[in-house]
Ligand binder design. Structure first.
Ligand SMILES: NC(=O)C1=CN([C@@H]2O[C@H](COP(=O)(O)OP(=O)(O)OC[C@H]3O[C@@H](n4cnc5c(N)ncnc54)[C@H](OP(=O)(O)O)[C@@H]3O)[C@@H](O)[C@H]2O)C=CC1
Ligand SMILES: O=CC(=O)O
Length: 316
């Protein structure tokens, strides 16, 4: 039996799997009334499971494994984990299709102004036929540029190329052959993809290389009237530069599931900007997918604590 700290709510069936074999503390450090329990447990545990929070593990001297209920691992100091021999597990694959759905929904909502138009109806402003000031922009047939062409990027590309007749350009560090997409998705440099696409979707991980990657220069390279969607991590984008590109009339619209600071601060201009469709980081947030993520994260933790090979170790 090991000691485990659960720092984000787990579904009861997965919590029960952990409790059946380990001594489990559930304490969410974001909740003021649970912080003391979290701080007391952290130095004693061999396993951590949770997500969406940067944990200072300096005092966690017994820690052997962190099981993140996320595919992104930007909340962890990878060099420190490697140096300390701590295993990091994550949840790739099980959330790919759901996150691609969300990104495609943002592409549709931003281009066709779905949120504006729904509010138009809901607020009782639909009193006569729409004028062209409320018309949208076609998505089908437009060129989609995808930054980062891994699991989620490829799943977005399949939707675009096979469902919407969209030529796909992608930027990645290497050429990727995707079954079924031969000739439909072509590789380019970052600048080529930015300049050659009507709609840009970010699906990169956040790393030292990608932090702040999309700034004023990159927005200026995009076509006038382009739509920009970020379904990856907010800090990949320089938000001031994004605002300038929107306010200056260079971009048509932006769809954002992620922000540099989350939850999005009340005073962020992105919250109420008329050209922004903001979502509260819900890329993978369906009942089915969040449960699959919890199962995989629990499988990972149980395997690692049992001395086995977890199904999804993040290579450090
Ligand atoms: N909004 C949400 O709720 C969600 C957001 N995400 C975010 O999406 C990200 C991607 O997830 P997933 O598709 O599963 O990850 P993958 O690792 O499968 O894909 C990432 C892709 O980005 C490429 N890449 C990495 N670094 C660079 C770089 N510096 N320049 C160019 N290409 C690069 C990788 O290529 P290479 O082979 O060269 O490494 C790979 O093709 C996650 O890290 C997470 O941050 C994920 C799930 C939900
Ligand atoms: O943002 C979500 C993730 O799984 O990463």
């Amino acid at each position: 039996m090991s000691r485990v700290l659960v720092y984000r709510e787990l579904p009861p069936d997965q919590l029960a799997r952990l409790q059946a074999v380990h001594e489990v503390t559930v304490a969410d450090p974001r909740q003021p009334d649970q912080r003391a329990a979290f701080d007391a447990a952290l130095p004693l545990v061999e396993g951590l499971i949770g997500s969406s929070f940067k944990i200072d593990i300096a005092g966690a001297s017994r820690l052997k494994v962190i099981s993140s209920i996320s595919v992104g691992v930007d909340n962890y100091d990878l060099a420190d984990l490697k140096a300390r021999g701590i295993t990091l597990c994550h949840t790739p694959g099980v959330l790919t299709e759901t996150t691609a759905d969300t990104i495609f929904a943002l592409i549709m909502a931003s281009s066709r102004r779905l949120v504006d138009l729904a509010l138009h109806v809901r607020e009782g402003r639909w009193t006569r036929n729409l004028g062209d000031e409320l018309f949208g922009w076609d998505v089908h047939g437009k060129t989609l540029g995808i930054l980062g062409f891994g699991r989620i990027g490829q799943a977005v590309a399949r939707r675009a190329a096979l469902g919407f007749g969209m030529p796909v350009r992608y930027y990645s560090r290497r050429l990727v052959e995707v079954p079924g997409l031969q000739g439909l998705a072509t590789h380019g440099s970052l600048d080529e993809v930015l300049a050659g696409s009507d709609i840009i979707a970010v699906t990169l991980p956040l790393s030292d290389e990608t932090r702040g990657l999309i700034g004023a220069r990159e927005f200026a390279l995009m076509k006038p009237g382009a739509v920009f969607v970020n379904g990856a991590r907010g800090a990949i984008v320089q938000e001031d530069a994004l605002l300038q590109a929107l306010d200056g009339g260079h971009l048509r619209a932006a769809g954002l599931d992620v922000f540099a600071t989350e939850p999005l601060p009340q005073d962020s201009p992105l919250r109420t900007h008329p050209l922004v469709t903001p979502l509260p980081h819900i890329g993978s947030a369906t009942h089915e997918t969040r449960h699959r993520m919890a199962v995989l994260a629990t499988d990972n933790l149980l395997a690692a604590l049992a001395g086995g090979v977890p199904p999804a170790v993040y290579p450090l």
